[in-house]
Design a protein around this ligand. Structure first.
Ligand code: HEC
Ligand code: HEC
Length: 385
């Protein structure tokens, strides 16, 4: 009891009503030095959608993490500001406040404040192509920002640290907990097909919930349905390019960090919330439909028969013991798909709190009179289309 009180005391209190934290969600992990204030979240929203935060003016966080696509981009693999192809598929930022692990490859151990420096400043691949100096130059040139920084941090002078804190705050405010499945968790029945799909998903036959368990469907569970760890990472038998369990060289999995053969093809289990919106699927976007994903699991691994990386994932020696294959009738597949659909929180897509505050990408201050009222972002004139 005492340790519980101490644990609570070390967390800043968060106004659950203000941020719309659903009743059945626990408190999110908000770092003590970056409380979620309306002014920080608002500044973060501007920065998240600002095309001026990429060297060529063609990328923002929000263009790769688009609201309508469940905060992903619809690409097989993300494409950076210089057309570098990212080795992996874009992950959603919805409910990131509850994520203990960020990224496809487990063990990165990053906070949201640290993670966003990768797309912003990273060079392998180049995603937004910024440097700290260019970032500050762009922000300083936009009269919009000093008052926003002043309100958020009591200091009108923009810094990279404050920008990162604000963006992370905005990300923490993106909460999705109003899907039909959430209603079910609170006592409202699911449509019949989704209910049958739910039973399959949590059943012994498919084993889905052994890896996709817990509130966010991203935690491993034991045979009694109890969550055993906050996050898991597995080889799900998507590839077997050398017959010995290798995944393609562009995205080999956790083995790239550890060098251990058994970490080949091991990626973090993503949350399945809003999964119907976040395609294409898989760490490299190589799964074109949810039906294909189900077929791969039912087969006990994917058969890649053509293209650059042929091989039978079902015989991958490093795949998880929970990927054994099962019989799946056409009707059962439809039910499972109905359940996956029931994980979508439609209210997120139209929520004004998550929309871009700026003019559309190709209008800005050169817009037609009706559109000229909108707020220009930080792109310098020479980068406007
Ligand atoms: C060029 C497209 C692109 C841009 C721009 C981009 N991201 Fe991402 N984002 C990705 C990809 C790809 C991943 C998956 C990275 C990985 O782990 O392999 C990702 C992952 C993430 C994650 C981890 C989500 C999770 O569940 O683990 C967060 C958080 C995130 N991005 C936030 C941001 C923020 C904030 C910005 C702006 C500063 C940003 N991203 C800009 C493509 C992009
Ligand atoms: C052994 C653990 C495990 C089991 C069992 C499992 N999954 Fe997964 N799931 C994962 C991992 C890990 C990934 C990411 C794999 C990758 O891309 O390499 C994933 C990815 C997915 C994706 C794609 C998500 C995205 O955003 O790209 C879907 C959909 C999915 N699983 C649904 C299911 C369903 C339905 C079942 C049951 C038939 C199931 N999973 C069983 C671990 C598992």
């Amino acid at each position: 009891m005492i340790s519980l009180l101490l644990a609570c005391a070390s967390e800043p209190t968060l106004d659950r009503d203000l941020w719309g934290v659903p009743e059945h969600f626990p408190d999110p992990a908000v770092p003590q030095d970056n409380p979620l204030t309306p002014a920080r979240v608002e500044l973060g929203r501007y920065l998240f959608y600002d095309f001026g935060l990429s060297d060529t003016g063609t990328r923002s966080c929000g263009i790769c993490h688009e609201t309508a696509k469940g905060f992903t981009d619809g690409f097989v693999r993300a494409v950076g500001t210089h057309n570098d192809i990212h080795p992996r598929n874009t992950l959603s930022v919805i409910n990131a406040a509850w994520r203990g692990e960020l990224g496809w490859v487990p063990g990165s151990n990053l906070t949201l404040e640290q993670q966003l420096l990768i797309p912003l400043l990273g060079e392998h691949p180049i995603e937004m192509g910024m440097s700290e100096a260019l970032l500050l130059e762009r922000i300083n040139d936009n009269p919009l920002y000093p008052p926003l920084f002043e309100q958020a941090f009591g200091d009108a002078e923009p810094t990279l640290e404050h920008a990162a804190m604000a963006i992370a705050g905005f990300e923490r405010s993106i909460i999705g907990g109003r899907s039909p499945y959430d209603a079910w968790l609170q006592g409202t029945p699911l449509p019949e097909d989704a209910e049958r799909g739910r039973a399959l998903f949590f059943g012994e036959e498919t084993q889905c919930s052994r890896c996709h368990g817990g509130l966010f469907l991203d935690s491993p569970t034991n045979q009694w349905g109890q969550v055993t760890a906050k996050h898991g990472a597995f080889n799900t038998g998507l590839y077997n390019v050398d017959g010995e369990g290798a995944y393609p060289e562009t995205a080999p999995g956790l083995i790239a960090k550890t060098g251990r053969a058994r970490d080949s093809g091991v990626f973090r289990t993503p949350s399945l919330r809003n999964v119907a919106l976040t395609g294409p699927w898989g760490h490299d976007g190589s799964v074109g439909s949810l039906q294909d994903m189900l077929d791969s699991y039912a087969r006990g691994g994917r058969l890649v028969s053509s293209g650059a990386n042929p091989g039978d994932g079902a015989t991958n020696p490093h795949k998880s013991k929970h990927i054994q294959g099962f019989d799946l009738s056409e009707a059962q597949a439809q039910d499972l798909l109905a359940f996956l659909d029931a994980l979508t929180d439609e209210s997120l897509l139209e929520d004004a709190r998550y929309q871009s505050p700026f003019c559309p990408f190709d209008i800005n201050d050169t817009g037609t009179p009706a559109e000229a009222d909108c707020i220009p972002d930080s792109r310098p004139p020479e980068l406007l289309p």
